[in-house]
Design a protein. Structure first.
Length: 319
């Protein structure tokens, strides 16, 4: 992997990635991740956005960093279907999927749509600080209104419906980058932990009142409550991510795409290993769920070493 990385960004992505793994593994942690994990990814993607690309560079970025991993990891469920059904019908579905983004997961297609929209808007407007403020406000209003009309996962091409909801968080990341470039923010561990604890307490309280949010299936109970919580989550984890000793989060951040794409397949393997020792029901058991997460990360770690060294193109990195 390239060495010119910003440590706090890796740690921020690592925290978000841990929340994703927890969401696939243990429901007991709902208050930690339900409002946080995916808005954080869109937020940091917006922060990392390069203001101006020419068309050729933009196409290369989308193709190598997002589309190739989408196509490669998107083959896994179809290969499993072929093995299970002894039929070639999944091949046809896969070919349709690589053209429409349907059936290959939702996050990468959604991010591709957001990047295309942002590229078009960038080339239609001037990239001044004031314009970023107005553009962020406009996009967030559209995104917020979209939450009232989009309520469940559908087979919309390239997850464009979810992109409409998520693009607001992307623009908040861009706005934060503009603000932070003019003002330095200091890291404070105690303050960071305090913010996280308060946020988690509020999250559990709102969940007890059935204010639920799952952006992956467009499940939104109340946009008026949920949207501010999602936006708040993007900023709550910033102070703690700037503390420079969370090694496991740095690794998870550097390998977030790989972990995201294989986690759903590694989770059942970890569950089977735990069942061999009589440890079942990781979804509802705090300790079993935590052990499941640790086993998953231990399995993925050597995979990350091999892929990063021998075939980084799999995760969108050119040698």
């Amino acid at each position: 992997m390239p060495n010119n990385r910003i440590e706090w960004i890796d740690q921020y992505r690592g925290i978000a990635m841990l929340l994703v793994v927890l969401s696939h593994t243990c429901y007991v942690y709902d208050g930690f991740y339900v409002y946080s994990m995916l808005p954080m990814f869109f937020f940091i993607s917006g922060y990392l956005h390069k203001v101006k690309y020419d068309f050729r560079d933009f196409v290369k970025k989308i193709f190598f960093r997002l589309y190739i991993p989408l196509v490669i990891f998107g083959t896994i469920p179809y290969i499993l279907q072929i093995i299970k059904t002894h039929s070639l019908i999944p091949v046809f579905n896969y070919l349709i999927g690589i053209l429409t983004g349907v059936g290959l997961g939702w996050f990468l297609p959604c991010l591709i749509v957001i990047e295309v929209i942002v590229f078009l808007l960038d080339n239609m407007t001037k990239s001044s600080f004031i314009n970023i403020w107005f553009l962020t406000l406009f996009v967030c209003v559209v995104s917020f209104i979209g939450m009232f009309f989009i309520h469940e996962r559908s087979n919309v091409w390239w997850s464009s419906d979810t992109a409409l909801i998520s693009i607001g968080f992307y623009y908040w990341g861009r706005l934060y980058k503009n603000i932070s470039s003019q003002k330095k923010f200091s890291a404070n561990l105690c303050l960071g932990i305090f913010f996280v604890v308060i946020f988690v307490c509020i999250s559990y309280w709102l969940l007890s009142l059935d204010f639920y949010f799952n952006i992956s299936i467009n499940s939104i109970s109340s946009p008026i409550i949920v949207y501010p919580m999602c936006l708040l989550s993007c900023f709550v984890f910033l102070p703690i991510s700037r503390i420079g000793f969370w090694g496991v989060f740095s690794w998870m951040g550097r390998n977030s795409l790989l972990i995201y794409c294989v986690n759903i397949y590694i989770h059942p393997i970890a569950s089977r290993l735990l069942e061999m020792f009589g440890l079942c029901d990781s979804y509802n058991n705090l300790w079993v769920g935590s052990l499941n997460v640790i086993i998953q990360l231990l399995i993925i770690y050597p995979m990350s070493l091999f892929i990063n060294r021998y075939c980084p193109i799999v995760v969108g990195v050119k040698k």
